[in-house]
Design a protein around this ligand. Structure first.
Ligand code: CAA
Length: 258
């Protein structure tokens, strides 16, 4: 694998741990980081030694979303041409168990990346949210679809329409995470779970994962496509330009419905 700029990779027996690593930007998922993630998953997919994978950030943030500076000036045509979220299909199709170890912010694309994972271990400090609405846009990497399936329509509406953050405990109560543990042990817990699964038959694990995901996958692809188009569409609005500019300029946004 070529050297990694925004990720770190550790291997321990049959378990690999992938660290999102743009600490100064709270691990915001820029295009380069996502390309690296896809390449790393490709390599881990074909590596027979690796049987399960932990995906994590650092204590302050799992990831604070897609990188706003990448998209602030783009219009719908550019977003459609770029089709950046199509890449996330690679994560959806990863055949080995993927366990998220989450501490700090898991927001927007960060929360969506967590929801791509099969299991989630959260530290007590974790916060989850889909704050895109505050930027004048909507989730674009499956948030409206996966969140609704996981927490139900009412809770999903509240998160997606207000952009509020919820605590790890709340996320646990709503079924978004497997369990909440002290910050000192969230990564160890996730790796322990990965090791436990790595002792099972890899082929049985693969088919078990595929079978569980079938419950969710019916109509998911269609819903994802629909959401993605709506997300790109919003890049022709003045509100998206205002929302993202306001974030970069560190001031509240003024939306005018244009
Ligand atoms: N994109 C780009 N940069 C980001 C970022 C993002 N999503 N989130 C944080 N950063 C940067 C900040 O700009 C800041 O950079 P500077 O030091 O250069 O100013 C640095 O990370 C630290 O962030 P803050 O100073 O804002 O830290 P804070 O502790 O005061 O606030 C926060 C933390 C509440 C998470 C705040 O950073 C925030 O609201 N971030 C944006 C969250 C967001 O809106 N995410 C959704 C993005 S859109 C998306 O994800 C679309 C999709 O569906 C895939």
């Amino acid at each position: 694998m070529t050297s990694l700029k925004h990720l770190k990779l550790e291997r321990d027996g049959h378990v690999a741990t992938v660290f999102l690593h743009r600490p100064k930007q709270l691990n915001a998922l820029n295009l380069e980081l996502m390309s690296e993630l896809v390449s790393v998953l490709d390599a881990l997919e074909s590596d027979d030694e690796i049987r399960s994978v932990v995906l994590t950030g650092d204590e302050r943030a799992f990831a604070a979303g897609a990188d706003i500076t990448d998209m602030a000036d783009a219009d719908s045509t550019e977003m459609l041409r770029r089709n950046q979220f199509a890449k996330w299909e690679r994560i959806r199709k990863f055949s080995k168990p993927l366990i998220a170890a989450v501490s700090g912010f898991a927001l927007g694309g960060g929360c969506e990346l967590v929801m791509h994972c099969d299991m989630v271990i959260a530290s007590e400090t974790a916060q989850f949210g889909q704050p895109e609405i505050k930027l004048g846009v909507i989730p674009g990497a499956g948030g409206t679809q996966r969140l609704t399936r996981t927490v139900g329509k009412q809770h999903a509406m509240e998160l997606v329409l207000t952009g509020k953050f919820i605590s790890a405990k709340q996320a646990e109560a709503w079924g978004m995470v497997n369990r909440v543990v002290p910050i000192e042990s969230y990564l160890n817990e996730a790796q322990k779970l990965a090791r436990e699964i790595a002792q099972m038959s890899p082929i049985a694990v693969r088919l078990a994962k595929e079978s569980v995901l079938k419950v969710y996958d019916a109509h998911l692809a269609e819903g994802l496509e629909f959401e993605r188009k709506n997300f790109y569409l919003l890049f022709n609005t003045e509100d998206q330009k205002e929302g993202m500019k306001a974030f970069i300029e560190k001031r509240p946004a003024k939306f005018r419905g244009k």
